[in-house]
Each structure stands twice: as C-alpha cells, then as structure tokens.
Design a protein around this ligand. Structure first.
Ligand SMILES: [Zn+2]
Length: 214
C-alpha cells in the first residue's frame, strides 16, 4: 500500500517549498484517489490560504499553532470514526453474569468486554455523582507483551471529542465524563488502523437477562 505523507510534507507542499520530486510524488498519489490524503490536502490548503491572508495582520506562529490544534481535532473527528476497526461487545455485566474465567474480584459498577481483531477492551464504568461516570479501561493486543506507553485514547460523541488521555505501558487508562448516548472510545494506534469501541447507550440498557423460569 502506498505511503501517505507527514504533516511536515503537506505543510511544505501547500506552501510551495517541497521541491519538484516531492510535489510530483504527492500529486501522483492524489491522482490515484487516496481519500485520506485528499482530505489532508484540502485541510492544509485551507491552512495555507488562511495563514497567507492572516499573515499581514497576525502573528504567524500563533496561527500555525492554532491550525495545528484544529488539524488534530479534525483528524480525530473525521478520520478516527472513518478508519477505525470497531470492537464487538462480547460481554456486558448489565445483561449477563460474568463468564467463567473472567476475574470478578472487586467487581463493582458495570463491566464491558469487547474485541477488535487482535485487540481487546476491558472497561469498568463506575457511577459518580449525578450523571458523572468514571471509566477504568485496559486495551491490549494479544500476543504482544508490554506495549508502548502513551497510546492516545479518545472518547467521542458523534460530533465532538469529549475526553482524551493516554494509556500507560500496560494499556490502562482512566476517563471521566457525563453519561450520554452514542459515545465511542478510539485508540489511535500509530502506524496502524485505529480501533474503536462503542459504549452502550445509557438510556436503553440491554434487555436484562430474563430470569429463567424452570
Ligand atoms: Zn494517501
């Protein structure tokens, strides 16, 4: 698969300082119809246009910093949901008892397990005051030992980033947020497709496991 381009390359390209060979590589890649790079290109072109308009009146470094923050926000909001492999929920303690073999000591709150390819999610949701929730999560890749620490973890609604953190070397992370429907957690895996997991809707708990009538 063709490589995409770094932010630095895009920034140089849209400012016309990349050089002929680099520019040709980008143009040929765009002509092959890479949607992700087309979006990057449109974004960086807008940044360049805005920067050149504003340069007369504003401090360019400050604008570049703002553009960079906007770019990160845009990347999270549009690329993560588009590209992520979504986990299947395998278990939700609200609708089923813990399966055998799943450790349940200190079990309180709601526990949700999910899997996306070789990745697994283990989430515990503890209610706090009001609609506030405390989430302790762990995301692990099977067959890998200790992962790299600092994997970005992003909690999103359909149109906004709600909270962000980074997992530690054991894949553990914590988030606090107000309960809402349609929330999703994304892990932005460097150099790979992101993975995601939809949190269950809080207004509509899954149909409780029906008490068995023997
Ligand atoms: Zn591309």
């Amino acid at each position: 698969m063709a490589k995409h381009f770094t932010d630095e390359r895009w920034s140089d390209y849209v400012r016309g300082v990349l050089g002929a060979a680099g520019a040709t590589a980008i143009e040929q890649h765009l002509e092959r119809g890479c949607e992700e790079c087309l979006q990057s290109f449109r974004f960086w072109r807008t940044v360049a246009e805005t920067a050149s308009n504003e340069a007369r009146v504003a401090v360019p470094e400050g604008l570049e910093r703002m553009a960079r923050a906007a770019y990160i926000g845009w990347r999270q909001l549009s690329l993560l949901p588009q590209r992520a492999t979504m986990a299947r929920i395998l278990f939700d303690s609200l609708s089923a008892p813990l399966p055998a073999g799943v450790r349940s000591e200190a079990a309180s709150g709601r526990r949700i397990l999910g899997r996306a390819g070789s990745w697994s999610f283990d989430l515990r949701l503890e209610p706090a005051a009001g609609k506030h929730l405390f989430l302790m999560g762990q995301v692990l890749r099977s067959g890998r030992g200790r992962g790299r620490s600092g994997l970005p973890v992003i909690l999103m609604s359909t149109d906004a980033v709600i909270a962000e953190t980074a997992a530690n070397q054991f894949g553990e992370f914590q988030l606090q947020f107000d309960q809402a429907n349609g929330l999703r957690i994304y892990i932005d895996v460097p150099g790979n497709r992101p993975i995601g997991m939809a949190l269950p809707d809080f207004d509509n708990p899954p149909a409780a496991a029906k008490p068995r009538v023997d």
